[in-house]
Design a protein around this ligand. Structure first.
Ligand code: AN7
Length: 409
């Protein structure tokens, strides 16, 4: 493993100790892990299989024995010719993070953060979550033999995710309100009970795991950097982590360039996209955020400084999409490409369609849309599909009924 340290993202200083909430003890800024990559050569990892731990030299784990894994990463980068033709794009790819062990990109970060927790001797982990972080943490803490507490917004988490956290035996606390209230509660609990280890994306070790998304995209394209990478944005951890990953590959001279980063938010939960559109360097939190994409129903994203910087440095942008645009994109990806993703993930496709219509992407550029979670996470979408899509019912198997059905084929 290469040398690294924890550093403040804002003031660049190394805080004396990482506090319970992972804020800089000097200025209150977000923390990040800094690897000293200047002048370093690419580690000898080419023979290893594509996965998060392929890149272990630049992951912050001291001891390989600490690694807690369920085989995360190594997800498909799918060339989407049929969807591309429909949208008028020549080189469209989908990096399908739903292929991870618990069905979302969160596993990349969780394997690293839980391994770190083990290394630090932690026994009790907790997070606030819109569902996927909770499902992932519940699985990884079970694997590590740790106690797990998840705080979720009451009644607003997709059914598949609730089933996962329940099945893995996490202690579930349903908080009235939105994710933002659940998050404040989680922070307060970690301050009161020092034995609790916070696993939200304020935890910089999680983002280290998530940066491998960028490494894999680069490797899967034979080190040719895509022109544009599009991701759904909630708390903003993933887009910032991906940007960090692309930056580190450039520092190691594996890639020559870095892509343009584009973040997509749901229209009524879009503090980051609004800040980008208004050219402001701060977000204005959204109260009572609303969207069918419950995973990204977040009004006060903690990682906003990292996101705004990634978008600015990469000359990227942000866009908003409506719920019906999200649902349409979800169905299009499923029917044209066989890739079934949850609504939040489909936001990246919906956003791309909007950008193409507004001529903000070029037909010939190489575009990667990241789909962050599996479609089975949220079965409630079945109720939102047009009746014509949900099948015919056959009351009896008499000849007349079969005749009628044959006519409808
Ligand atoms: C499918 O699980 O915040 O911008 O608590 O589940 O890194 O927050 C989930 C976020 C996109 C947004 N797509 O990622 C949680 C949580 C899916 C997600 C996001 C989430 P970030």
């Amino acid at each position: 493993m290469l040398r690294h340290k924890l550093q403040c993202f804002d003031c660049q200083r190394e805080p004396a100790a990482s506090e319970a909430d992972f804020r800089c003890t000097i200025c209150g800024g977000l923390l990040e892990v800094k690897f000293d990559l200047k002048g370093k050569k690419k580690p000898a990892w080419d023979h290893r299989q594509l996965s998060v731990w392929k890149y272990r030299e630049i992951l912050p784990i001291e001891n390989e024995e600490s690694i807690v894994s369920l085989a995360e990463g190594g997800t498909g980068l799918h060339r989407c010719r049929r969807l591309g033709r429909e949208l008028g794009l020549q080189k469209l790819y989908v990096k399908n993070e739903g292929e991870n062990p618990t069905g979302s990109f969160k596993d990349r970060g969780m394997t690293v953060a839980i391994s770190k927790a083990k290394e630090l001797g932690k026994k009790k982990v907790l997070c606030a979550s819109t569902g996927n972080t909770a499902a992932s943490l519940a699985a990884y803490s079970a694997r590590a033999g740790m106690e797990c507490i998840v705080l979720v917004p009451k009644g607003k988490v997709a059914g598949g995710k609730m089933l996962q956290v329940t099945m893995h035996g996490a202690k579930i606390i349903q908080v009235k309100g939105d994710f933002d209230q659940a998050f404040v509660t989680a922070l307060e609990l970690t301050k009161r009970r020092r034995e609790l280890y916070l696993m939200n994306s304020l935890n910089p070790y999680r983002l280290e795991g998530q940066k491998t998304l960028a490494f894999e995209i680069s490797d899967q394209l034979d080190s040719k950097t895509p022109d544009t990478v599009i991701l759904p944005v909630g708390n903003g951890g993933n887009i910032s982590a991906a940007w960090k990953g692309f930056t580190e590959f450039q520092q190691l001279s594996i890639a020559k360039t870095r892509p343009r980063m584009i973040g997509i938010q749901a229209e009524k939960a879009s503090p980051i996209a609004k800040a980008v559109k208004r050219r402001e360097n701060k977000i204005r939190p959204v109260h009572n955020p609303q969207t069918i994409a419950t995973a990204i129903r977040i009004g006060s994203p903690v990682n906003w400084p990292k996101v705004l910087k990634a978008i600015k440095e990469s000359k990227g942008t942000a866009e908003t999409v409506t719920d019906s645009e999200i649902l349409e994109a979800q169905r299009q990806l499923a029917t044209l490409e066989g890739i079934f993703v949850e609504p939040a993930s489909a936001a990246s496709i919906a956003g791309l369609k909007k950008l193409k219509t507004n001529r903000r992407v070029d037909p010939s550029e190489t575009i990667v849309c990241v789909t962050t979670g599996h479609g089975l996470k949220d079965p409630s979408i079945l109720n939102r599909l047009p009746k014509s899509q949900t099948g015919y019912s056959l009351e009896t198997s008499d000849q007349t009924s079969i005749d009628n059905i044959e006519r409808a084929l």
